[in-house]
Design a protein around this ligand. Structure first.
Ligand code: NAP
Length: 244
């Protein structure tokens, strides 16, 4: 039977490319978006026009009621959620001393509480099915820490701890929970970075390139597949060797 994936933050960047890959690999795809109505609509049209199976569902992952409503809509449409990709995320560069309480809450609410909300919403059915895969998107900065991104680094480190603990708890229900920590990936999120800094990052990267959303999507697709049934609680970083 065809499996269903819910990808949060699928309107742009890594989530968008990942949604295309899952569609091409015979999944029903639930495209979650928040503010990017037009971008989500264009992805939805692209998938439907290629005879893939998709719906688009608006929800702010910070809001539990919106998340539960989104999950119910997907159950009603596709019957199940086999794979949850917690990709929605926000970043911000600021000196630590300039980070406001609002900044802190925003970064943690989207990057961490969003994952808590989505996991709690889908897990009861995954547990009763005795099957499910959850892939959380963290960042290399959650592993190493990034200067001028203390709140982002702390939030992404929380995602790593969350993944390990949840993997232990739901493993007996045959649910795999893994974490992907991308390196520098060419998306809107890093579009503010100067050309010269990008060149420097490339030079520092052993493979000598900036990553593409597809580089991340292919790993997520693998982790969602039966080929990864024995992999859980793992932190895997597609980063071109920038962090080894
Ligand atoms: P992006 O291009 O900025 O896209 C971010 C996505 O998150 C958008 O689809 C956006 O949806 C969604 N989003 C933001 N706030 C949301 C909310 N409250 N509720 C639901 N969706 C929300 O970012 P990206 O580079 O693809 O990043 C994807 C993930 O990879 C993030 O978790 C990010 O932290 C992580 N990551 C990225 C890089 C990188 O270099 N790009 C490196 C490491 C990790 P709308 O536009 O519809 O609001």
């Amino acid at each position: 039977m065809k499996k269903t994936v819910l990808i949060t933050g699928a309107s742009r960047g890594i989530g968008r490319e990942t949604a295309k890959l899952f569609a091409q690999n015979n999944y029903n795809v639930a495209i979650n978006y928040y503010q990017g109505e037009e971008a989500a609509e264009s992805l939805f049209r692209e998938l439907i026009n290629n005879n893939y199976s998709a719906i688009k569902v608006k929800a702010d992952v910070r809001d539990r009621k919106e998340v539960d409503k989104m999950v119910t809509t997907i159950y009603n449409y596709f019957g199940n959620i086999d794979v949850l990709v917690n990709n929605a995320g926000v970043a911000q560069e600021k000196l630590f001393t300039d980070i406001s309480e609002e900044d802190w809450d925003w970064i943690f609410d989207v990057n961490v509480k969003g994952i808590f909300n989505c996991c709690q919403s889908v897990l009861p059915k995954m547990i009763s099915n005795k099957q499910g895969k959850i892939i959380n998107i963290s960042s290399i900065w959650g592993i190493t820490g990034a200067s001028c991104e203390v709140h982002y680094s702390a939030a992404k480190a929380a995602v790593i701890g969350f993944t390990k603990a949840l993997a232990k708890e739901v493993g007996p229900s045959n649910i795999q929970v893994n974490c992907v920590c991308p390196g520098i990936i060419q998306t809107d999120m890093i579009s503010h970075i100067d050309e010269s800094i990008m060149e420097e990052l490339k030079r520092e990267t052993p493979l000598g390139v900036i990553g593409s959303p597809r580089d991340v999507g292919e790993l997520v697709l693998f982790l969602a597949s039966d080929k990864a049934n024995f992999i859980t609680g793992q932190i895997i970083s597609p980063n071109g060797g920038l962090v080894i």
